[in-house]
Design a protein around this ligand. Structure first.
Ligand SMILES: [Zn+2]
Length: 286
């Protein structure tokens, strides 16, 4: 049994170590040009994630923004990618500056809130686990992170070279400047308290954030202190489990020696959710 697991583990290792990249195709921005009434010019972040053979686009520009459309398509072309090769499009939330050009990616599976849309008319429910997360590809998860709207999702990308874990969050964060000074974010929020919990959850779990309307930024120690990440129980996010390929079953282990050969999943810990020991990326897994 142990021998079989170790052989299977080696096969998984190759899959999980596939190259993952996060690329900004359109850098988001938000400029307030008048206070009364409030008028802003804006452009949402458009982000490309490649995880092995999976090509994932997160948000698309406003339908009328041809300049951003050109920038998005040129960025893909520079990477020898065509719109037809994008196999997943994630809409972080239902505001038109984040999904206006989804129609350019008719071949993709489209994710919005807890539904999956395929082709002209097919849709199916998307089931999140008890932690509000679902695994999209080996290194990519979708998290439910409501606050800006009731339907917000964030995309969590792990094992990004030189970045670590990156969250692409839509308008859960508008801009780096709003992390410590959230007044502007709060003025647009559907639910400030729920949003604050999810903002802290993301801050505690990742190294970099791509906000909805600004460039990628590093999560600082000051931000993690503000979110009280070090206080036990305040960080609901524990490590990621290594999964058997193509399943929702976590890799079982009997001691750390079973997991030690996997750099990102080296800890053998008890999972209450799986009801057995699993190879985990930290000393705690749900
Ligand atoms: Zn929005």
């Amino acid at each position: 049994m142990m021998f079989a697991i170790l052989i299977l583990s080696s096969a998984i290792f190759i899959t999980i170590r596939s190259q993952v990249t996060v690329t900004s195709l359109v850098e988001g921005r938000l400029v307030q040009i008048a206070s009364f009434p409030p008028i802003s010019t804006f452009q949402a972040s458009v982000t490309l994630v490649q995880d092995g053979t999976n090509i994932i686009l997160i948000d698309t520009p406003t339908a009328t923004d041809t300049a951003a459309m050109t920038q998005m398509l040129n960025g893909m072309q520079q990477r020898n990618l065509s719109p037809a090769q994008v196999n997943m499009v994630v809409v972080t939330h239902g505001h038109p500056d984040h999904f206006g050009q989804d129609g350019s990616f008719a071949a993709a599976t489209h994710y919005y809130n807890n539904f999956i849309y395929i082709g002209a008319s097919q849709f199916t429910p998307l089931t999140f686990d008890s932690m509000g997360s679902v695994q999209l590809t080996p290194n990519v998860q979708l998290w439910q992170t409501p606050g800006h709207t009731p339907q917000d999702v964030s995309v969590i990308v792990r094992n990004v070279p030189s970045r670590g874990t990156v969250a692409v969050v839509g308008d859960l964060f508008l801009h780096a400047s709003g992390v410590m000074n959230p007044q502007m974010w709060e003025s647009f929020a559907w639910n400030i308290q729920t949003g604050k919990q999810n903002r802290n959850k993301v801050i505690c779990a990742v190294d970099y954030i791509v906000p909805g309307h600004g460039p990628i930024f590093q999560v600082t120690t000051e931000m993690k202190n503000m979110a009280a990440c070090s206080i036990s129980g305040n960080n609901p996010i524990s490590g990621q489990m290594m999964m058997y390929p193509g399943s929702n079953m976590a890799l079982q282990c009997f001691s750390n020696a079973n997991c030690a050969s996997f750099a990102d999943y080296a800890n053998c810990v008890r999972s209450t959710r799986m009801n057995h020991n699993v190879c985990c990326s930290t000393t705690s897994c749900p």
